[in-house]
Design a protein around this ligand. Sequence first.
Ligand code: MOS
Length: 725
Amino acid sequence: MGSLGQPLTRVDGRLKVTGAAKYSAEFPLAGLAYAAIVQSTIPSGRITGMDTQAAEHSDGVLAVLTPANAPKLPAPESRLSLLQNDQVFYNGQPIAIVVADTLHEAQHAASLVRVRYEPTTPKLNFEAGFPFSYPGSYVGEPGDVSWGDVDKGLREAEVKIDQVYTTPIQHHNPMEPHATIAQWDGDRLTVHDATQYITNVKRSLAKMFGLPEDNVRVISLFLGGGFGCKGQVWSHVPLAAMAARKLNRPVKIVLERPQMFGPVGARPRTHQRVTLGATREGKLTAIRHEVHAHTSVIEDYLEPSAFPTRVMYACANIATIHRLVPLNLGTPTYMRAPGVATGTYALEVAMDELACQIKVDPLELRLRNYAEADPHTGNPFSEKSLRECYLRGAERFGWSKRSPEPRSMQRGSELIGWGMATETYPAVRDSASALVRLQPDGRVLVASGTHDIGTGMYTIMTQVAADAFGLSPDLIDARLGDTTFPKAPISAGSMSTASVTPAIQAAAEECKLKLLKLAAGDSQSPLRGMALEDLDFKDGRIFQKSAPNRSEHFTALLARNGGRPIETTAHTEFEESERYSMHSFGAVFAEVAVDPHLGVVRVPRVVAVYDVGRLLNEKTAKSQFIGGIVWGISLALHENTYVDARTGRIVNANLADYLVPVNADIGEIDVSAIGIPDTKLDPLGARGIGEIGITGTGAAIANAIYHATGKRFRHLPITPDKLLV
Ligand code: MOS
């Protein structure tokens, strides 16, 4: 009944605000023991000895696991630190765990462990790595993609921009830290884990412990934020399972806030050289986007910052290049709009520099280079309404009232600046499964092994099932986050909505068909003997299409048929399209107010308009956009992880020194979407919206600061000290 698209309030909202929603650390199992992690204090070398006696004799301690005594795993992942050898690859690496009856006993005992090392010279100098860096790829995608002749395009250019933009290391700080509870029952393992990918945790634990996959169950009912850091299995997960097996007791590990900085991923540092060539009118003749990003010495993770440059503007000559620089730091990972957040920052500031140089309005410059088709493949876009985003955004923001000269707009003593940028994120879909069950009590269960990382998945599943069955959302129970449910992909890459909703729709269609067949074949049903084409289901009733008064409620039918539920599971496949290029776009406009004496930048308002296909829920969608924009403001002005150059230690590994915006930093944020369905991606035409909001926003703010002050900042974050120089 048209619940799709409606601003339905989160169905799990009440559970969350009343504390009834159970997060992964909140299962008080009988006999639960607590583990604390001991971390390395050098960036590189080997452990020559550990003095664990004091820890072992400390109150409540059950076990101290070190490389010297930890159980050997059949197939440990070498990217993780599982106490299988004495190597140290970064400062903060897990090198032992202490398990005790209580958390505080474990933490205290962990502080008593003394470690001896044989250090080796660490690689910590990012720039020094450049000549030795090597090409990386990104989950199957090549790191280097080029077309046309960039050198020729640059020779033909009448104007050029050639600048280096940098972004610092950033750390995810979800409110809920990583948390795992592991429990064994014989050779069966059950894990409550704060993860964006239960299926992978299951697969990976089964492999490492040499178990059949189905001996492992992973549960993740609620997440207090994921942002990418919970997309991977990190060391603490198998360590919890290892300790639980050793002690034959359930074991819980919750990372302390400082431990969130190091062993569980980060956005890597980037150094991006962007070279633009253009005609005097601003038509792009060449783009070269060369990215250096760091990775660890144990695993390659590529921040694909030049990816957005492959789709953003019409240009015949483009080179996108990625190079990895391995450092003795924890392995970086996906962080909200990986690559695209940092890459759109560099590209979109460069575009602003070009606009300023040729004195063309920044929005007009984008329109002059509008990509009607994919600039690389020439394929049409499955759906693209970016032009409408630009125009509607400009209108809502009042862009036409902008005076182009820097430092030309003031309010009282503050310098006002207006900047804009293009946003983009790939439209991703993967294969997924879901089950639906019509229950004798009149309710409908919809379940899939997906996750709600705070995005609203429970709510969307409810709406899609309600719509497919023609039932009120109140009658739907959505379940997720359990590997006993049918498989769904990782909840990352903004892909869950487009992946999981088609499976729910397909399962519901099959389930309805089963129901109609049952009615037609039931001698006591008013619908007995009817052709299936003449039957339909709505509001809980099966009815004859040509005579809708002839009907019965499905609960009556189920009651007569033994009171059993009717259930179906559907799997929907998706293969990447070779005919269409699938991407979301948006336009973001920002106003900054700069205090010229203090260097403080405020962001009174941001307007953004999105081209993301159809919105399935206006309320949760807006929250996603706003959340992304807040993070974009944070990217531009606040976030920065400092690494001690000698020790590789994270200096500001806490929420006091690692800056993120608070409410007082955020002004008015106006978000809306064009809403044209992209049915080439999925039947409902909904593209993911979790990440696009952070893209472009950093650049829009940097460009607004230039407009306000006349000073160009190419190195994030733009902090007051930089503004005062
Ligand atoms: Mo998102 S960074 O792909 O979880």
